[in-house]
Design a protein around this ligand. Structure first.
Ligand code: FAD
Length: 416
């Protein structure tokens, strides 16, 4: 019988579950497969409705984490296997080597000397970074990572150069076991793969990006240092269209609404307006979903902008204008069926959220719905899903759900 729990996934939901359980006195093991906690929220420039940078929410959680001895964090780690029952689970964990130990002072000397570069996954491959790197400027733990792409000579040079003696290429993959009474899965979401939506041209035309790419283009620590420039020629865009429900509410892709895409595009309009006071912004939608008073107020403010055009129509076809890189689009009016045409500098696809577990199956007995979201069966107890592992949601809803799942985990421990 084990009075501790495990949280798998260190995004905003996993952090919340772990902190809520630890702050009432329960030991928590937090397992994150990336080199840093923070999840998708750390990739956003701002988050609605307040439009604060992710630093505000994440930093508060990191401080709570630092102050709490009850939480043990394992980054670069994944669950390999779970056996047992509520109150008594044995979890096998695998940890990848970081090749940098806890003495790292995050001074950046290794990155400045390193010459090997790798695609920057945090920026969706829109730029490259050094193979000795900090995951991002809000990384927790604030420790560099050495990528396996480093050559033998570079490894030797970086090891010698580190002023903190923190570089250690003798580190190896480790496997170990933890016993816990309850497990909360907070494995989150991935952006739907836009290249699968044939008619929307992603991957064929450079000036078509996804909503998450736009977050990175707008972020000060992104590939363009926060300037939203169109990818083909770095030109400041004068006209930008958003295609809502790109692949969403569509039986061929994601049959559900991801809840946040309308709000995300409205937020993106604020990023654009702040940089380009004259830009024309076109939002093509089936129906705009801005639930609740705060979100409706957010929408109302943008409706007052005379250069933001809300068009009830689904983008059906795109092509590239010869010589300019501009995007021609054809949208179908959802009521009359009539075709509407437009040509813009850039098109943003508002793609939805797909559960991570649908793309990277978990080796564990859980109930999944037909889209790969983990269903909560409270009668079984013991293992629960929090945040976007359970359903598409915004941060507020994810946090409420994650707090509830901390309580469910504690109830399992108390009832044992
Ligand atoms: C374009 C866009 C803009 C958005 N903007 C906003 C906004 O402004 N405001 C707002 O409220 N919401 C916004 N959202 C929604 C927001 O991103 C989510 O609500 C939030 O990310 C949910 O957090 P989460 O922790 O559930 O999932 P995630 O953020 O996905 O975190 C999951 C974590 O689990 C880790 N993980 C995954 N699998 C494993 C595994 N097997 N083992 C260990 N770890 C694992 C991941 O690496 C990650 O760190 C936006 C979404 C999109 C698409």
């Amino acid at each position: 019988m084990y009075p501790s729990s495990m949280v798998v996934g260190g995004g905003i939901s996993g952090l919340t579950t772990a902190l809520e359980a630890a702050e009432v006195g329960y030991e928590v093991f937090l397992v994150e497969k990336q080199a840093s906690l923070g999840g998708r929220v750390s990739q956003l420039k701002h988050y609605f409705p307040k439009l604060c940078p992710p630093t505000c929410g994440l930093e508060i959680n990191y401080r709570r984490l630092r102050d709490n001895k009850k939480i043990k964090v394992y980054t670069l780690s994944e669950v390999e296997e779970v056996s047992g029952e509520p109150g008594d689970y044995t979890v096998q964990i695998k940890t990848e080597p970081r090749y940098v130990n806890e003495d790292c002072g995050a001074c950046g000397e290794c990155a400045s000397l390193c010459t090997t570069e790798i695609p920057n996954e945090f920026n969706f491959g829109m730029d490259r970074h050094k193979a000795a790197y900090l995951p991002h400027n809000m990384a927790f733990p604030l420790r560099y990572v050495m990528d396996k792409a480093l050559t033998a000579e570079e490894r030797e040079m970086l090891k010698k150069a580190c002023p903190h003696n923190a570089v250690d290429f003798d580190m190896e993959e480790t496997h170990f076991e933890i016993k816990v009474g309850a497990i909360v899965w907070a494995t989150g979401w991935k952006p739907y793969d836009a290249s699968r939506i044939d008619n929307l041209g992603f991957g064929r035309y450079q000036n078509i990006v996804t909503n998450m790419m736009l977050e990175r283009l707008a972020a000060p620590n992104g590939p363009t240092k926060g300037e939203i420039l169109r990818p083909s020629d770095n030109k400041p865009p004068e006209s930008i269209a958003f295609a809502q429900c790109a692949g969403s509410r569509d039986e061929n892709h994601l049959p559900y609404c991801s809840y946040i895409c309308c709000m995300a595009s409205l937020k993106h309009a604020t990023y654009l307006r702040a940089q380009y006071p004259e830009a024309k912004i076109y939002i093509y939608y089936i129906d705009l979903r801005t639930p609740g008073r705060k979100y409706e107020n957010f929408y109302a403010k943008l409706k007052a902008d005379e250069n933001i055009f809300f068009i009830k129509g689904k983008v059906a076809e795109v092509s590239e204008e010869e010589g300019t890189g501009n995007i021609n689009l054809v949208a179908e009016d959802t009521i009359s069926g009539e075709k509407m045409r437009n040509t813009v500098d850039m098109l943003v696809l508002a793609t939805g959220m797909q559960p991570t577990a649908a793309q990277e199956p978990l080796n564990v007995q859980l109930d999944f719905d037909d889209q790969g979201f983990i269903s909560n069966d409270f009668s079984k107890g013991g293992m629960f899903a929090a945040g976007c592992a359970n359903k598409p949601a915004d941060v507020v809803t994810s946090n409420q759900n994650a707090t509830g799942m901390a309580l469910k985990a504690i109830q399992t421990l108390v009832r044992r």
